[in-house]
Design a protein. Structure first.
Length: 306
């Protein structure tokens, strides 16, 4: 039997110059490290949170946009993941002509999100949604009858972008490249934050201190570094991102995108980034065209073949 290399290890800590970062993350980190059932986070601000797993199908409903058939040839897949208060079909609508012109099979699931201001809820949601995306990708060949590439191209907006960032950590073997637009709750690939000689753990989804516990596998740092990533945000995006990430990455989506790209650089990963002047928390055709141009680059296209 051929020997296989173990997953490459990640640098332990993300380095910060301001020690106040450690104080800011202590509360959310302690809450995440508490022995709470995955689907039973405590009440937040007097609101009643769900206390059991939502009844969801193994395969979420999804929109399919078919390209012209290529007999006997694997077709690239574009997985498009919507944000809060949207749906797969709504998010897919402007992507249909663009994906068809590239010869891509467009897949856009409709997913259920809950309280994205709670890291506990984000973790609970995304563990379920990761399994749903797995089931979806297994279902696509059956439903479409098409031969597809083994790795998919992924595009996400806002909450959907955050989900994809965590999905690629959990399933790097399924993803060829990611275009992330207007995310607000990034998960750092590092296990802890350090400043002034001190450190604090970064539990999932702030970071990866307990990633193996929740994902059921070690983080493969080498595989994660190799997956191309494009990070975009609008300069006028004033929609407040989830507060528990404020001290770690900044209070605005622009600050967070800049900080995230810089911390990825510490991790040894290069990400392309784009700031759109005048753009709010929205998706525009020029931004989508740029995202798809990134995803169809020759290097990215080669990765989709596995």
């Amino acid at each position: 039997m051929e020997a296989t290399e173990p997953p490459a290890a990640a640098p332990a800590c993300a380095s910060f110059s301001d020690p106040a970062v450690l104080k800011s993350i202590a509360g959310p980190a302690k809450e995440l490290q508490a022995d709470n059932p995955v689907f039973a986070p405590p009440a937040v601000a007097g609101r009643r949170e769900r206390t059991e797993p939502p009844l969801a199908p193994a395969v979420p409903p999804y929109f399919v946009g078919r390209p012209a058939a290529k007999a006997g040839q694997p077709i690239p897949v574009l997985l498009a993941v919507h944000g809060v208060a949207s749906s797969g079909s709504d998010f897919a609508a402007p992507l249909v002509p663009l994906s068809q012109s590239n010869g891509w099979l467009l897949i856009a699931p409709t997913l259920q999100y809950h309280n994205y201001n709670s890291p506990l809820e984000t973790r609970a949601d995304d563990l379920l949604l990761i399994s749903q995306l797995d089931a979806l990708l297994e279902d696509v060949p059956r439903r479409t009858g098409l031969l597809i590439e083994p790795k998919v191209l992924a595009l996400g907006f806002s909450r959907g972008a955050g989900l994809l960032e965590r999905y690629v950590m959990a399933r790097p073997e399924r993803i060829a490249a990611v275009a992330s637009m207007s995310s607000g709750a990034y998960t750092l690939p590092q296990a802890c934050a350090e400043a002034a000689g001190r450190s604090e753990p970064l539990p999932f989804p702030l970071g990866t201190a307990d990633f193996e516990r929740w994902a059921g596998r070690r983080l493969d740092a080498g595989a994660l570094r190799r997956i191309p990533l494009w990070v975009a945000v609008g300069a006028k995006d004033v929609i407040e991102p989830p507060a528990p990430w404020d001290g770690l990455l900044g209070r605005t989506r622009v600050e967070r995108a800049e900080a995230y790209v810089g911390l990825l650089r510490q991790f040894g990963k290069t990400a392309q980034s784009r700031l759109y002047p005048g753009l709010k928390h929205e998706v525009t055709r020029p931004e989508l065209q740029d995202a798809l141009s990134f995803l169809q680059s020759p290097d990215t296209a080669a990765l989709s073949h596995g």
